[in-house]
Design a protein around this ligand. Sequence first.
Ligand SMILES: *Cc1c(COP(=O)(O)O)cnc(C)c1O
Length: 223
Amino acid sequence: MDIKQNLNSIKAQLAEDVTLVAVSKTKPVSDLMEAYNAGQRIFGENKIQEMADKYEEMPKDIEWHMIGHVQRNKVKYMAEFVALIHGVDSFKLLKEINKQAAKYDRTINCLIQIKIAEEDSKFGMSAQDAKKLLVSEEFKKLNNVSITGLMGMATFTDDTNQIQQEFKKLKTTFEDLKPLETANCDLQIISMGMSGDYKIAIDCGSNMIRVGSSIFGARDYDN
Ligand SMILES: *Cc1c(COP(=O)(O)O)cnc(C)c1O
């Protein structure tokens, strides 16, 4: 695996307004450093403890993105440094993120995860519940979080048409919710697309892709 070459060939395909999150979960710091030395500064992890360990070891000009499902009792371990939490799917979680962010006197940027896949295993809120959350008075009181966009994961399938439909649903939801701008909500980011489907995602309006195996190679175990 030539990490630098993989990174460069993906970046060469991306328009300037598309942000690449290098998904480094399960990979050793030496692999991340190869990407870092090739210029990559945004890394995505799906386990809070693993991300915190890598944060300790690596240069401090990295933006760390939490892309996995977040357990509320672990938010405190990343509150000091996390740059963006992609998988926010409940008000309770948002409230905890707000509380932990306040301890460090900072604002944590978050994306609301919208359930766009048909399969039941994927986390996320319905578009309707996301809207309810964003217009609620309780939400507006959370001064230490900022909702900067939406995130979604398509069904794991070879059916390109289905993937496209699901990504389009996220784009439509984004357009629908974007006017709900408040002090702590300004939707700019559409995080969708992984190694297998990022080209489709970009065609459907993604401006943040989360790519792991196409950069770092296949993971030893599937998580
Ligand atoms: C692992 C993961 C990715 C990256 O997957 P690849 O297929 O390796 O590119 C993207 N998003 C989330 C939420 C993930 O958990």
